[in-house]
Design a protein around this ligand. Structure first.
Ligand code: KIV
Length: 273
């Protein structure tokens, strides 16, 4: 499916049907103006809880709230008409029970108008995913490296190196797919395992740090645009370096204001004659 000739917003069912076909293009989005720029080129836009680190300067995603996700979900929906939009359920908003997950997923879908939700977790979340999907909530799964578990997993590192780790991710991905997820993010996972999951699962795998073997790719948009510089994971490619452009523009503005060159006559209102 190319960026041209698309009229209607893609659905989770159309993303699901792209399994084994053209690779699925996904990026994160958090604001209306950036969503407008990404929308024509992407099949899937994720309002990720990475918003906490990228826009709010948090060290992890653990502090992100449901209200933050709803505000950013609404902003992204206002800026899009083509891509399927999924909003993350943040930490603490779904792990307690399947009923809590359903209540908060419905709130996100009703308040934002998005197409579905994403949640992190494998075997332990399968019952919740089945509960949601059988009641009308499309679920985007997320296995492998799960940033919301940073405090129990002991940090961010690639996974699947040992047979024990690989076996756990294999079971997680199968459980999430069997529970009815329409697609699954596979994060920070070694290539042979990502390849095996992509071949064995009936739903698309969307990789981030999980090799080209996946059915699609996702990156944090501020990472690939060179706007987030706190750290750069190995799997990030910078497709642009926007930070120096912003710095140069602000430096020029500051120089012109201090020198009295801005605003010029063309930016100044005179009394109409
Ligand atoms: O929160 C997020 O942005 C994500 C992606 C990195 C997959 O979960």
């Amino acid at each position: 499916m190319s960026a041209q000739g698309k009229q209607k917003r893609l659905t989770t069912a159309s993303i699901r049907s792209m399994k084994g076909g053209e690779r699925i293009v996904c990026l994160t989005a958090y604001t209306t103006p950036i969503a407008r720029l990404l929308d024509p080129h992407c099949d899937l836009l994720l309002v990720g809880d990475s918003v906490g680190m990228v826009l709010y300067g948090m060290d992890t995603t653990v502090g992100v709230t449901l209200d933050m996700m709803i505000a950013h979900g609404r902003a992204v929906m206002r800026g899009t008409s083509h891509a399927c939009v999924i909003v993350d359920l943040p930490f603490g908003s779904y792990q307690e029970s399947k009923e809590q997950a359903f209540r908060n997923a419905v709130r996100i879908m009703q308040d934002t108008g998005c197409d579905g939700i994403k949640l992190e977790g494998g075997e332990e979340m399968a019952e919740t995913i089945a509960f949601l999907t059988s009641r009308g909530v499309p679920v985007f799964g997320h296995v492998g490296l799960m940033p919301q578990l940073v405090n129990t997993a002991g940090g961010f590192r690639s996974l699947g190196h040992s047979e024990q780790e690989a076996g756990k991710i294999r079971r997680d991905a199968a459980a999430v797919a069997d529970a009815g997820a329409f697609a699954i993010v596979v994060e920070g996972t070694v290539e042979p395992l990502a390849r095996e999951l992509s071949a064995s699962l009936s739903v698309p795998t969307i990789g981030i740090g999980a090799s080209p073997a996946c059915d699609g790719q996702v990156l944090v948009s501020d990472d690939m645009l060179g706007l987030f510089n706190d750290f750069k994971p190995r799997f990030v490619k910078r497709f642009a370096e926007l930070s120096p452009l912003v710095s140069q523009a602000v430096e020029s503005y500051a120089d012109e204001v201090r020198a009295g060159r801005f605003p010029g006559p063309e930016h100044t209102f005179q009394v109409r004659k």
